[in-house]
Write a protein of this length. Structure first.
Lengths: 233, 297
């Protein structure tokens, strides 16, 4: 069942740089897709267009039945409630505990503290940080920080989890653990996952669908397990 | 219910954030304190200058002497004619006998001089006050055109100089106060911008988890309000107590009895209210402007 559909999408920045050129792709509900490519190939622009951080210059980007390209600015926040985003640099609030960082995402939406508590505890448990709920970010390792970031992204039970280089700052062992957490979310919660990465090792090992972007053009769409890193990136 | 919770949370977070980011909040509060102190003092000074000049101007008058041949009837007619001239505030008749008495009381040798005259050598007169000192010359001209008028004078050159000087002083103080308000707004806005810059991650997370722009702006607007309010406390206290004490020490006037200070009640409370209003308004607007920068969709 189609969940994301890009049709003839172009994105040219005001500087004249074309980041995405005539891209068309369909991603089904519950899929796990890697987006790979060299630095500045257009991966981030592709990902940002999904949560309307960037608007396509041409074409349509449909996410969960909503054409994001035509979405009015005042309605963008509704789309984002259905999407969780995980960043390379975690973006945790240093003065809040693990629990508070995760709860923050729900508090912003005006959800009552009664509803917040069980949801936050569940999200923290999924990422395996139950014991560290009261710790502050500076007391956590890089991997743990990324787990908090993932917990915050999934606490609102989004339909889509977008990960922008989530293992970029982590060592290989920690990266493996993080990938396991994300894979479990995809399998157990049936959340569609789209992940931009540079990490060939992860892509090879996970055997998921891979989208290869080169100079803004989608040059390869490899189905589960058919991608090998020597073929491109 | 959700909207209510968002407002409640915004107020709670605004207070929390002022204390959590204490050093930056203090910087903003101190900046507001110093600038608002300058603004409130300048408002006090400007209002007193305005008050003093208006009062002095209102005391400027035209002295009109009637011809010797003018009868009481003529005087009554002239009085009502002058009263009808535009901008005339009051016309007070003073006959020559009153003048004689007043001058004799003022200086006894003058009294002796008057004794030498069989008839009172002085003239009957009017003291004319005008509503607007700038109209003195115009009104004087019109009075001079009337019959049975010997002379009409208001001090001409000296008074003209005083009026134009007062005009310049009044305008300059208003310009200074407005300029200071702008400087205050600029400085407070910029220090608040620094506070918000340090929290751009917070704003980004709020955006990405799906907070509406209004929900993102609210806590910052409340925070700006608190900063402005706290920043205006010291200026308000200094203005109220400083002015009341100063007024009592100076016995309500400055330099000479002619320059009277504005009575402190309710004047200081108005100034305090404007200072608090300015502080909180600038705080809110400053925060709003600063947050907007990070609110690209």
């Amino acid at each position: 069942m189609k969940f994301i559909e890009l049709k003839n999408v172009n994105k040219t920045y005001s500087t004249g740089v074309t980041a995405i050129a005539d891209m068309s792709v369909v991603i089904d509900k519950g899929e796990f897709v890697f987006v790979i490519g060299h630095t500045a190939c257009g991966k981030s622009t592709f990902i940002k267009m999904l949560y309307r951080e960037e608007k396509p210059t041409k074409g349509s980007v449909v996410v969960g039945g909503v054409n994001v390209a035509k979405l009015r600015n005042g309605r963008v926040y509704k789309l984002r409630r259905k999407i969780g985003v995980v960043f390379q640099d975690f973006k945790l609030l240093p003065k809040l505990t693990v629990y508070e960082n995760v709860a923050f995402a729900l508090e912003c939406l005006g959800i009552s503290s009664k509803e917040i508590k069980p949801k936050v505890l569940k999200a923290i448990e999924i990422v395996g940080l139950k014991e560290k709920a009261r710790s502050f970010p500076h007391q956590l390792s890089g991997g743990e920080k990324q787990r908090v970031c993932i917990a915050r992204a999934i606490v609102n039970e989004p339909k889509l989890l977008i990960c922008d280089e989530p293992t970029g700052n982590l060592d290989p062992d920690t990266s493996k653990e993080i990938m396991k957490v994300i894979d479990n979310i995809n399998k157990d919660l049936k959340t569609t996952v789209i992940m931009a990465t540079h990490d060939k090792e992860i892509v090879n090992r996970m055997k998921k669908r891979v989208l290869l972007i080169e100079h803004g053009v989608l040059t390869g769409d490899y189905l589960k397990g058919s991608y090998k890193s020597h073929e491109g990136v | 219910m959700k909207a209510f919770r968002i407002i409640q949370r915004s107020i709670r977070d605004a207070f929390k954030s002022v204390f959590r980011n204490f050093s930056l909040s203090m910087a903003s509060i101190l900046c507001a304190t110093i600038t608002l102190l300058v603004v409130s003092l300048s408002m006090v000074i400007a209002a007193n200058i305005e008050n003093a000049t208006t009062k002095l101007e209102s005391e400027l008058s035209i002295v009109v002497y009637l011809e010797k041949s003018a009868t009481e009837e003529d005087a009554n007619f002239l009085k009502s004619t002058i009263e009808k001239i535009e901008s005339v505030d009051e016309v007070v008749y003073k006959n020559k006998d009153e003048w004689k008495l007043e001058m004799s009381e003022y200086n006894s040798s003058l009294g002796n001089v008057f004794e030498n005259y069989e008839n009172n050598p002085l003239l009957d007169s009017f003291v004319v006050t005008v509503k607007d000192a700038n109209k003195l010359e115009n009104v004087t001209e019109k009075i001079r055109e009337l019959d049975k008028i010997e002379s009409a004078n208001y001090g001409e050159d000296a008074v003209n100089t005083i009026i134009s000087t007062f005009d310049i002083v009044e305008k300059a103080t208003i310009v200074i106060v407005i300029a200071l308000i702008f400087v205050t707004a600029f400085l407070i806005t910029n220090t608040i911008k620094l506070t918000i810059y340090s929290r751009r991650n917070e704003i980004e997370i709020m955006r990405l988890v799906g907070s509406s722009n209004t929900a993102i702006k609210l806590p910052f607007v409340f925070e700006g309000f608190i900063i402005g309010l706290l920043g205006s406390l010291i200026p308000v206290i200094i203005t109220i107590y400083g002015y009341i004490i100063g007024y009592e020490r100076l016995n309500g006037h400055i330099i000479s009895e002619m320059i009277k200070l504005i009575s402190p009640y309710n004047f200081v409370f108005y100034v305090a209210l404007v200072t608090v209003g300015l502080g909180s308004l600038i705080g809110m607007l400053g925060s709003l402007l600063a947050v907007r920068k990070y609110l690209k969709i």
